[in-house]
Design a protein around this ligand. Structure first.
Ligand SMILES: Cc1cc2nc3c(=O)[nH]c(=O)nc-3n(C[C@H](O)[C@H](O)[C@H](O)COP(=O)(O)OP(=O)(O)OC[C@H]3O[C@@H](n4cnc5c(N)ncnc54)[C@H](O)[C@@H]3O)c2cc1C
Length: 381
């Protein structure tokens, strides 16, 4: 794919931000899980913390291809930071898709002043099966009262605002789900278990609990019963960007291992001159490039509202997530024993990579989505 001058210059800006602000602190962020707020503020100043916030609301308002180029760079710098800003976008997306002017402005105020958003659908009893959401929203007068518990929510403890999936009619299953805006400071909102994760450790993950939370009826996004559709549209867009972020991790691993292979010597020559190491490097390059091209094809399909966008989006996330597990594993192999040690960055990249097969729909769920599209495309005669 060819890119415009604007796209290339934004990509370069994100690359410089990642190299200057994220890479030098990635190891520290991985150990203590503390988000450096000075770095976050710089990202806010550069409109990086919610790339799809429209320009009229003070955001960058970028298309999907440009968003993917930028998120690949940020994730190359640190994936946990990338997921943190990505969750702002995921939190905003339902409002961007189906919200009204007032709701968009509410999110814009939070994002542009450096706040955080979160997208809360997963519950202890419903992850892959989002249609079985148990959190309830009961309409009483001009309010909804929300009760339930969400788990594994990115930005949970940092967020100023959550977009929350809840059932307004249990008898209707997925068609009874609705999406709401819940401000963090509403009485009855609290956070629960803080997760201690394998990777992407600077991203924050915790439970969000709603106990008799009264919100104004105007906090409903779109219409009652449309929440599941809004959530799926949100994830369709989110998955492509997740695929791009995955490619960023793989690129960081490939770059480090390739440089290392030219310096480390065994049997009288740099290991990059051994055929088996060259094969690992070549395989990493082939797979990563294929993943990048699939991500960009999916992003382009979304930008052009192509009928294949849903299938390509699921394919790109699924494929990129699996590619980077192999790429990071090969990078560790190239570094030998050093690759297994925390003094070198590739073991962190390997840990960071693993989540990509799980969140925003596991890879099993992506295959389900892909197969459904393919079966519809090829009906039996
Ligand atoms: C670090 C992290 C951050 C997250 N951030 C967020 C967030 O910000 N917001 C949010 O709402 N959620 C978030 N999640 C939740 C995440 O999206 C879910 O964990 C994921 O969707 C899987 O749900 P589950 O964990 O309940 O697994 P389950 O649904 O219990 O699945 C268990 C296993 O069964 C498989 N499986 C389930 N159903 C099927 C099927 N029909 N066919 C084949 N296999 C199946 C799954 O693929 C998986 O391998 C996050 C999770 C993590 C770990």
């Amino acid at each position: 794919m060819r890119f415009t001058e604007d796209q290339l210059s934004l990509q370069q800006m994100a690359r410089e931000f990642a190299e200057k602000e994220l890479m030098p602190r990635a190891a520290e962020m991985d150990i203590d899980g503390e988000l450096p707020m000075d770095v976050y503020q710089k990202a806010v100043d550069m409109s990086l913390t919610c790339l799809d916030l429209p320009e009229e609301y003070g955001g960058a308002g970028l298309d999907m291809v440009t968003t993917c180029l930028i998120r690949e760079e940020i994730s190359r710098g640190d994936s946990g930071f990338s997921i943190t800003i990505g969750s702002n976008s995921l939190g905003f997306k339902p409002v961007g898709i189906a919200g009204n002017e007032e709701q968009k402005q509410h999110f814009a105020d939070i994002i542009t002043r450096g706040g955080f958003c979160a997208f809360a659908i997963t519950e202890p009893g419903s992850g892959s099966d989002a249609a079985s959401t148990a959190t309830t929203a009961v309409k009483v007068g001009d309010e909804y009262i929300i009760n339930g518990r969400k788990c594994f929510i990115t930005n949970a403890e940092r967020a100023d605002v959550y977009t929350v999936l809840a059932t307004t009619d249990k008898t209707k299953g997925a068609r009874g789900l609705s999406m709401f805006i819940v401000d963090r400071d509403t009485p009855g909102v609290s956070t629960g278990k803080h997760e201690d994760k394998m990777g992407i450790r600077v991203s924050n993950t915790a439970d969000v609990i709603f106990e008799d939370v009264h919100i104004p009826a105007k906090n409903l996004i779109g219409q009652e019963g449309k929440g599941f559709k809004i959530a799926m549209q949100t994830l369709e867009k989110g998955r492509v960007i997740t695929g791009a972020a995955a490619v960023g991790i793989g690129r960081a691993a490939l770059e480090y291992a390739t440089k290392y292979a030219q310096v480390r010597k065994t049997m009288g020559k740099p290991i990059c001159e051994h055929g088996q190491i060259q094969a690992l490097i070549a395989d990493m390059g082939i797979e990563l490039e294929a993943a990048r091209q699939l991500v960009l094809a999916a992003a382009d399909a979304i930008d052009h509202n192509d009928p294949n966008k849903g299938k390509l989006s699921a394919m790109s996330k699924c494929f990129a997530a699996e590619v980077i597990e192999r790429v990071c594993s090969h990078a560790i192999q190239i570094l030998g024993g050093y690759g297994y040690m925390r003094d070198y960055p590739v073991e962190k990249l390997y840990r960071d990579a693993r989540i990509y097969q799980i969140f925003e729909g596991t890879n099993q769920i992506q295959r389900l989505v892909i197969a459904r599209h393919m079966l519809q495309e090829n009906p039996a005669d």
